[in-house]
Design a protein around this ligand. Structure first.
Ligand code: HGY
Ligand code: MN
Ligand code: MN
Length: 433
């Protein structure tokens, strides 16, 4: 049951007035706050975000990958920049805080820096990354992936359920897909100095522990699965039950096998099936071709690396019981990524210096920070989600928690500005959780 938009909890204060302003943009007829990538409501909302970035005193442009980038000039523009930001697209039937807090909170941090007369050594770039949420093309983090030089021609050839390619969706949105493949992004000379993102936890831990801040240790890896089950079409009314090759039953067995995999995961592991499609539209034919979409996640890389083989064996065995063929196609949405120890330390120091309690916390959600970690030392600051809810209209984070997060973000950015990282070339360290 979704919360009627009007009853979803009052938000007050200047920053939350901004969140309320962005919340005005959502796709009519969809539950909650829906601003999916490439949608009209998303296109309209980004004009609003661009104006907010300008009003915050940033020099704003939309890069060749569709990211909105606002620049606050530092004393030394030649120095590698500091980057912060997040996303403003939502899932279908989403909430008002996922990603939004990281973009509008960053603009609030810019206001704090400017009003306190703090001039950073480095440029500070505030980014609204294009399309962080996974979409009908099965690919998340479009904008940050492009900036990290990780968007491929094969990605652009991906199709949605209607057969439209991702390249065509970019073109319809006003982003030239041919320019994407030559887009150098921030690889090479434009590598940032560091990346720091403020985000709602989207889970129950901080609220349960009564803590206002979490400092992220690692971000989950995601293995995505599309499985096709092939049986035999038959008349649903006349074909005897013991003489069927019912693809839907085999797919249902796979749903339960995937759930068991997630339930058997170590501390931070989950598995979800989010879509089952019968190729036939008729309600009176034994399903002969069924497609399943699912995902498995964990910050435990050794466990996650075994999921494909475990599920392949289990799903094939269960499908064989119904004489149905199962064909599994896997893709890695992202590998497990560990936050920079130095960035974690600086964020922890900033929170502690302000008398703000915090805990180290892994992220079960993935973020643009995963791709920024390929470019520079990465960190994330979490603030509590009411009842641990997210990706739904009930998603809520109280004003004082957002303000605390903005404070830690701003203080950590100031520390990062002066920080000298060890000179070893930056690589994305593996999770050692
Ligand atoms: O799927 C995720 O974890 C994120 O919300 N895109
Ligand atoms: Mn998010
Ligand atoms: Mn999300």
């Amino acid at each position: 049951m979704s919360v009627p938009l009007s009853d979803a909890g009052e938000i007050t204060g200047s920053l939350n007035a901004a969140i309320a302003g962005l919340s005005e943009f959502h796709t009519p007829g969809r539950q909650g706050w829906t601003r999916e990538v490439f949608s009209e409501s998303y296109l309209d909302s980004r004009r609003w975000v661009q104006a907010q970035m300008g009003a915050a005193g940033l020099e704003v442009h939309r890069d060749a990958a569709g990211n909105l980038v606002g620049r606050l000039a530092g004393r030394n523009p030649a120095a590698p920049a500091l980057v912060t930001g997040s996303h403003t697209d939502t899932v279908d039937g989403g909430g008002r805080f996922d990603g939004v807090v990281g973009v509008l909170g960053a603009l609030e941090a810019v206001r704090l820096l400017r009003e306190s007369g703090t001039v950073l050594e480095r440029d500070l770039l505030v980014v609204d990354f294009l399309g962080e949420e996974s979409n009908a093309f099965g690919l998340s983090c479009l904008g940050s992936r492009a900036l990290a030089g990780e968007l491929t021609a094969a990605d652009l050839a991906r199709t949605d359920y209607s057969g439209k390619t991702l390249a065509a969706a970019y073109a319809d949105f006003g982003v030239d897909p041919s320019a994407l493949l030559s887009f150098a992004g921030w690889t090479g000379k434009r590598r940032p100095h560091a990346y720091l993102e403020l985000h709602v936890e989207q889970g129950p831990t901080l609220e349960a522990r009564g803590l206002p801040v979490g400092i992220v240790t690692a971000i989950t890896g995601i293995e995505r699965l599309v499985a096709s089950f092939t049986g035999t079409p038959d008349h649903a009314g006349t074909r005897p039950m013991d003489d069927r090759r019912d693809a839907m039953v085999a797919a249902a067995e796979a749903v339960l096998a995937i759930r068991s995999e997630g339930c058997g995961a170590p501390e931070h592991g989950v598995a979800t099936v989010t879509r089952l499609e019968n190729a036939s539209r008729s309600p009176n034919v034994v399903p002969s071709l069924v497609r399943l979409h699912g995902e498995v996640r964990s910050v435990d890389e050794s466990w996650l690396s075994g999921t494909r083989s475990r599920l392949a064996a289990e799903i094939a065995a269960r499908a064989a019981e119904y004489d149905v063929e199962a064909d599994l196609s896997w893709s890695t949405d992202n590998t497990v990524v560990r936050a920079s120890d130095s960035v974690q330390d600086l964020a922890g120091d900033a929170a502690s210096a302000a008398g703000i309690d915090w805990m180290p916390i892994p992220s079960g959600a993935t973020h643009d920070a995963v791709h920024m970690a390929a470019l520079a030392p990465m960190g994330m600051i979490f603030i509590p989600s009411a009842n641990g809810k997210s990706h739904c209209p009930e998603e809520f984070t109280a004003t004082d928690h957002i303000a605390t997060g903005v404070r830690v973000l701003a203080d950590t950015l100031v520390r990062l500005d002066q920080h000298k990282f060890s000179t070893t070339p930056h690589t994305t360290p593996r999770s050692t959780l």
